[in-house]
Design a protein around this ligand. Structure first.
Ligand SMILES: [Zn+2]
Length: 443
């Protein structure tokens, strides 16, 4: 008897139907927005509220933040998590909490700790949002209210000043001085936004650090200079929209603010802006070159410059850092002054679109990186020679200038020797050297 024929076909048709249905569901799942799937009844119910809750956070600067919830729930809770988000960044996460609950009264408490130092470093000035979420034994979800706060060292009485899109957190200064410096910086930062083709600057935050002890706690503990601005002892965190800077000098604010603005303009994971261009632009908008152009010229004449192609990152050796910045500033200033702002804008846009620096330079300036560098270098030589040409008008002038020149060379030589023999080893010493040389903590 052939009893198997028809049932087999039925089984086959049933199977085909299941496959077809599964395919349709799969396609709909991909194509349709979430509400459709939720409409199928597979969704979780919206979270319930606890009967009572109080949230608390404590900043143990700079190591961690502890979050506590004390609440009252009508049911037994199984699991408790802290959910957090840092500023508007993609940095968010959750941490399981230790939960304690009374069997009779149902009062419960939970504690979570968020590490903010070392590999989990989080810069001061960010806004942290958080809430607790729990599950009961039946799988129901409970959610607390959301709270938020600014992550700042609680040891200091922080104040904030708003200048355009920039919120400046500070303490221990005069409000008027902070405001003046902020206003001045804002003018330059707008110029930086314009050259970067940034239509609207997203809000960002500046944290003013006002003494070396504070810096030691607030700054990330990096041994490499790649993150740190060798000039101002500042750090800009593009993803967090925050920078930390020593002192309220306008140029420090301009420098770090420009990094943030360029970061907003060139906001693609595929774009790669070399450090010489990023740093050169940050310095271009400062009110003074702080003698760096002269350092660059001298380094060129001494044959101490690195090629631009190997200046994609700030060098690690302290003695190279100064020349790196000086060279970067000189080249970028040359690019803008000689070839115009429009070309610089196009270059930044092209880099934002993922073009490599070589291709982007070639496209806009019709030259190689090397050509660009030597185009600036060509201008250095005659200027330097002109300095050495002594006015032949009077013997007296030339003698005076000759003596002045010899004196200058001798002093430079002595300074150089002194530098050579006392090369700082400890990074902490280096920070102090910077502070001194840049007048970094001057108020
Ligand atoms: Zn910088």
């Amino acid at each position: 008897m052939d009893m198997t024929g028809h049932p087999r076909i039925h089984v086959f048709i049933a199977f085909a139907k299941i496959v077809a249905a599964a395919t349709i569901v799969f396609i709909l799942t991909i194509l349709c927005p979430k509400p459709f799937i939720h409409g199928q009844g597979h969704t979780e119910e919206p979270p319930k509220r606890f009967l009572h809750e109080s949230l608390k956070h404590e900043i143990n600067f700079p190591n961690e933040v502890t979050f506590t919830i004390n609440g009252y729930s009508q049911v037994d809770l199984r699991q408790l998590t802290l959910n957090y988000q840092i500023s508007e960044s993609k940095v968010r996460g959750y941490i399981y909490s230790e939960i304690e609950q009374e069997i009779a009264g149902k009062a419960f408490s939970g504690v979570s700790t968020l590490s903010t130092s070392g590999n989990s470093y989080i810069p001061s000035g960010v806004r942290i949002r958080y809430y607790f979420e729990a599950r009961d034994i039946n799988g129901n979800r409970y959610k607390s209210l959301t709270k938020e706060f600014d992550y700042l060292n609680p040891e200091y009485p922080w104040r904030s000043t708003q200048v355009g899109p920039m919120t400046i957190f500070w303490h221990g200064f005069q409000h008027l001085d902070v405001a003046k410096s902020g206003e001045k910086a804002y003018v330059a930062i707008q110029e930086a936004a314009a050259i970067s083709n940034l239509q609207e600057v997203e809000p960002f935050r500046a944290v003013i650090i006002n003494n070396p002890r504070e810096a030691a706690e607030a700054f990330p503990t990096v041994s490499s200079t790649s993150l740190k601005d060798g000039l101002y002892g500042g750090f800009a965190f593009r993803d967090y929209g925050v920078f930390l800077i020593g002192g309220i000098g306008a140029d420090g604010l301009i420098h770090e603010g420009t990094h943030i603005v360029i970061g907003q303009a060139v906001d693609s994971p595929f774009s790669k802006m070399p450090a010489w261009l990023n740093e050169g632009l940050a310095m271009y908008f400062e009110s003074s070159d702080h003698g760096r152009l002269a350092i660059a010229e001298r380094a060129y004449l001494n044959g101490e410059l690195m090629p631009l192609s190997s200046m994609g990152a700030v060098p690690g050796k302290p003695r190279d850092v100064r020349i790196f910045y000086a060279h970067s500033q000189a080249v970028v200033k040359h690019m803008v002054d000689r070839f115009g702002k429009a070309k610089m804008s196009r270059l930044i846009t092209d880099l934002g679109n993922g073009l490599s620096i070589d291709t982007a330079i070639e496209k806009t300036y019709s030259m190689t990186l090397e050509d660009l560098d030597s185009d600036w270098q060509k201008g250095v030589q005659p200027t330097f020679e002109r300095r050495l040409i002594v006015d032949p008008g009077t013997f007296w002038t030339s003698t005076m200038m000759g003596i002045a020149f010899i004196f200058a060379v001798t002093v430079t030589g002595i300074n150089w020797l002194r530098k050579k023999t006392s090369e700082p080893v400890d990074p902490a010493d280096r920070l102090r050297e910077d502070e001194y040389e840049e007048g970094y903590w001057d108020k």
